[in-house]
Design a protein around this ligand. Structure first.
Ligand code: GTP
Ligand code: MG
Length: 296
């Protein structure tokens, strides 16, 4: 106990001994330091108090950093066969398009930066799920990280505004983030107000051009849907999703590895005049082909 300490000091000391949290202890310690007698005989005491205070502050800081690290970021788990990120300047209609194409329920408004966090929706392409993500136009590092790993970027321009200027700005942003070589599809929205020439145009609001847009998205993804069928059975309900250029071998392997060992031939059904003909393992498949595998 310090010599000549006043009642303020003792009150602070009591507060300190009763403190339950680090924050309370820090406040009490600061008060003890402030009210402790400042003469030679209490130098050691002051040193000790300051040391204790520094220790508590350091611990509190550490805890806060750990909490911040544990907080979930804007991470979006990839789902379906592919992920498409919608980017554009604010108010171009990204949320409206996401809503028109998917099951997402998003806020749409005419003021800028309505969407602050990435928003997700799923859409179905003949049994194949494609995930669409609206990237907020604030382009935070977390959101850019999603764009980095997506399979296609859909650049959505506001068709009622200067297209060149928007494209330039977005290209600059992608370039700066090292995303200049990613696959993109460009579309101009709000065709109900203004139709732009020489560009894929849509209206998220009126629903114009959405079918075409979906087809363009699908064709840019470089994927094919292949149905399988057993010789006596019906075609599979859900297609396999394969990379373009995949062969009967790839499809057979997907169905079951053991089928490959006993493979004899396959028949491929489609809309061409060759539909139903016998093919081998190296036959290159097309989108929506139906493959009947003969094995054993
Ligand atoms: N005329 C017309 N207006 C549209 C269309 N699509 C969106 N809008 C309007 O444009 C405004 C912005 O739409 P949002 O879908 O919120 O745009 P956003 O790009 O998500 O905007 P932020 O999230 O704020 O960056 C709203 O007032 C919409 O009603 C369209 O096809 N035609
Ligand atoms: Mg939005």
């Amino acid at each position: 106990m310090p010599i000549n300490a006043g009642p303020e000091y003792f009150a602070a000391e009591k507060k300190y001994s009763e403190a339950k949290t680090k924050k309370e202890k820090i406040i009490a310690l600061e008060e003890m330091i402030r009210t402790a007698p400042k003469h030679k005989s209490s130098e050691k005491l002051l040193r000790n108090l300051k040391k204790r205070l520094a220790k508590f502050k350091k611990e509190l800081n550490k805890e806060a950093t750990a909490r911040a690290k544990a907080k979930p970021k804007d991470i979006i788990r990839k789902e379906g066969a592919a992920q498409v990120c919608i980017i554009g300047l604010t108010n171009s209609g990204k949320s409206s398009l996401l809503q028109a194409l998917t099951n997402a329920n998003v806020k749409i408004a005419d003021y800028p930066f309505t969407t602050k966090k990435p928003k997700v929706g799923m859409t179905d392409y003949a049994g194949v799920g494609i995930q669409l993500v609206e990237i907020p136009s604030t382009f935070t590092p977390d959101a850019i990280a999603i764009v980095r790993t997506c399979d296609l970027i859909l650049i959505l321009l506001d068709g009622t505004k200067d297209l060149e200027r928007q494209l330039k700005e977005l290209a600059k942003l992608l370039e700066k983030s090292g995303l200049g070589s990613k696959r993109v599809l460009i579309a101009a929205n709000k065709s109900d107000e203004k139709k732009s020439e020489n560009i894929l145009h849509v209206s998220a609001k009126a629903g114009d051009g959405l079918l075409r847009l979906r087809e363009e998205i699908w064709s840019r993804l470089g994927l094919i849907r292949v149905y399988t069928k057993s010789p006596d059975g019906l075609k599979s309900e859900k297609p396999l999703t394969l990379k373009s250029g995949s062969t009967v071998r790839d499809a057979t392997k997907e169905v079951h590895k053991s089928l490959l060992k006993n493979f004899r031939f396959a028949r491929v059904f489609n809309k061409t005049k060759y539909s139903g003909r016998k093919v081998g393992l190296e036959y290159v498949l097309s989108d929506l082909d139906v493959v009947e595998i003969h094995a054993g």
